[in-house]
Structures are given as structure tokens and as C-alpha cells.
Design a binder for this molecule. Structure first.
Ligand code: 8YV
Length: 315
């Protein structure tokens, strides 16, 4: 029996590659640009893409694959995929929601505490011998009891809020509409009003054109010189230029960032900022969660190939 042809784009390790190869005839590529280098016969036969890259996947790439029926994304955020172009061509798109909420929320909450309490500089204080030579570190900023504003109270935003509530923080949030939340949480219809009301902002928006620069220079100014920003969403959701300037000038106390514009080639000015905690997009990066994401990606492809309803369709 001929196996269906699957194009797997991005860095797939054996944990995902082996089960993919059991179900499909797989061509492994690193970026969508390489689709054009496949033999004509492969491009004509390809039924599915398993997508794990962050480079744009646009209509021109889809047009190289006349039998393509599904793009199954490895990740909840699918801003790299031109969903309108896929829909116009009758190509389904799926993502991996739900399975990564806890990991991303764990990272967001701990980034905020770590940034307030200066955990990375404190570790360096010990390792470099500064503790022994100079004594105690400068005092940090209290986290518990602070006012936190969650920008985007979707599935991940809600998990972050629940965790920070356990740190006795006062929860404020902004989203398109008010949500069913515990008593005492405050909804702000206006994002700027949220920034004015809180000490910390945690950004949990979806990426894409609608949220480009959503956390504006004005919001950063409103957060104030003692404010801290955490971002686990996409680099594009914050006006990065304004944030860097605010961090450089002390107009913002600190930032804890797991995502950046142009990652992994991030703006080099970040590297010189000792008030920024920088992580290499590890929100969902645990063995357990990545296994669940890979499984859900493959289940969507299998459902499509079997003609069954997709598990987690975007379109
Ligand atoms: C990435 C993510 O998918 O789910 C998302 O939206 O950003 C991550 O989990 C991960 O970097 C794998 O590409």
C-alpha cells in the first residue's frame, strides 16, 4: 500500500519523526522555501504539511502543492501560517491548543517572580564569588500582593492568572470581552486603563497582524518606572523599540521575555540590559508537553487522511 505523502517542515527529532514515518511517506525540510526544491512527483503527491517552523508559510508555497489538504501546526500559535490563503485554497489548518497551557503558564508566573526577586542575578552573585567579596545583594522588589494585569485572558492567560492569584496578587485583565472569573478580578475594556492600574503586565495575546504592537509605548509609559513586563506570547505583541528604550532609560524597571521579534536573532540591545530576563522561547519546552503537541499534530493529520473530523481545527 502506498503511504500518503507528508511534508514535515521544521526540526523534528525521532520522537516525532518515527511515528510520522510509520503512517506516512515523509519528506523532512527545514523551511517552507525548500518546498520548491522537492521533485515534481513529491510536490504533486503531497497531501499534508506538519509545520514546526516560525517562518511565514504563505499562499505561494501552498500553490506548489496542488493536492495539499491540511497544514497541521505544532503549537497553539499559528501566526506564521497564512490562514486566509489556506482557506481560499480549501486547505484545512489545525493547531495544538490546550496541551501546553500549564507549561506556558508555569513559565510566565515564575518569570515574574524571578524578575521581581532577581533570581538570575542572585545566582550569578553566588557563582562569581561576589557574595563572599562584597556581601549581600541590593534588595529586590516584592512580588506577592502586587497588582498584575493579564493582557489577553484566553486559555493560557487564565492559567497564568490562577497561578498569580495563589501568590496573593490582585488580578486585573484586559480582553475583547469580560470573562466568567473569580470574584474580585477586575476587567478593563481599555488596555491603557489596565496598564495604569497595575504594577506588572503579563502578555498572553495571540500573535498576528491584529495584535502587532498591541502593548504600545503609551501602555509602557503608563505602567511606570517601577513596572515589570512579562511576555510569553509573540515578540510582535509589544512595541519592542519602545520597551527597549524604556528599559535602557529606567522608565521601566524590568522585563522577562520568552519571545522576541526576529527570534532567534534578537535585537542585540537586549543583551546589554541587566534589567531584562531573557529566555529562548521555552514556554512549552518540556519533554511531556512537546510529546503531547506532537501527538495532537499527528492525530489531526491522521483524522484528515481518514476523512474524520479534525480534532483541533483553526479553519
Ligand atoms: C512553539 C509556541 O510552537 O505553541 C506555540 O504557539 O510558540 C511554541 O509552543 C514551539 O516553539 C515549537 O515550535
Amino acid at each position: 500500500m502506498t503511504l500518503p505523502l507528508l511534508i514535515a517542515i521544521g526540526g523534528y527529532a525521532d520522537v516525532d519523526a518515527v511515528p510520522m514515518q510509520a503512517a506516512c511517506d515523509v519528506r523532512f525540510l527545514m523551511s517552507p522555501d525548500e518546498i520548491a526544491t522537492l521533485p515534481d512527483s513529491d510536490r504533486a503527491a503531497a497531501r499534508a504539511i506538519a509545520y514546526k517552523a516560525h517562518a511565514p508559510l504563505n499562499g505561494a508555497a501552498m500553490d506548489l502543492l496542488p493536492e495539499l489538504g491540511i497544514i497541521s501546526n505544532y503549537g497553539v500559535g499559528y501566526d506564521a501560517i497564512d490562514v486566509d490563503a489556506a482557506q481560499a485554497r480549501g486547505i484545512r489548518v489545525t493547531n495544538t491548543p490546550g496541551v501546553l497551557n500549564d507549561d506556558v503558564a508555569d513559565i510566565a508566573a515564575t518569570m515574574l517572580i524571578a524578575q521581581c526577586r532577581q533570581m538570575v542575578p542572585a545566582s550569578d552573585w553566588v557563582r562569581t564569588g561576589t557574595w563572599a567579596s562584597e556581601g549581600a545583594m541590593p534588595l529586590a522588589r516584592k512580588a506577592s500582593g502586587g497588582k498584575v494585569g493579564i493582557v489577553g485572558l484566553g486559555r493560557i492567560g487564565r492559567e497564568i492568572a490562577d497561578r498569580l492569584a495563589a501568590f496573593k496578587m490582585e488580578i486585573h485583565y484586559h480582553s475583547r470581552s469580560a470573562k466568567d472569573v473569580p470574584a474580585g478580578w477586575t476587567y478593563h475594556a481599555d488596555a491603557l486603563a489596565l496598564a495604569e492600574a497595575v504594577d506588572f503586565l503579563v502578555v498572553a495575546l495571540v500573535g498576528g497582524p491584529e495584535t502587532q504592537g498591541y502593548v504600545s509605548a503609551e501602555m509602557i509609559a503608563a505602567l511606570g518606572a517601577d513596572g515589570i513586563i512579562v511576555n510569553i506570547s509573540r515578540g510582535s505583541t509589544i512595541d519592542e523599540e519602545a520597551m527597549i528604550l524604556a528599559l535602557q532609560t529606567g522608565a521601566l524597571r524590568g522585563a522577562a521575555l520568552d519571545v522576541f521579534m526576529g527570534e532567534p536573532d534578537i535585537d542585540p540591545r537586549f543583551l546589554a540590559l541587566d534589567n531584562a530576563l531573557l529566555l529562548p522561547h521555552i514556554g512549552s519546552a518540556t519533554t511531556e508537553t512537546r510529546a503531547a503537541m506532537g501527538a495532537l499534530q499527528r492525530q489531526n493529520i491522521a483524522a484528515f487522511l481518514a476523512g474524520d473530523p479534525l480534532l483541533t481545527p483553526v479553519v
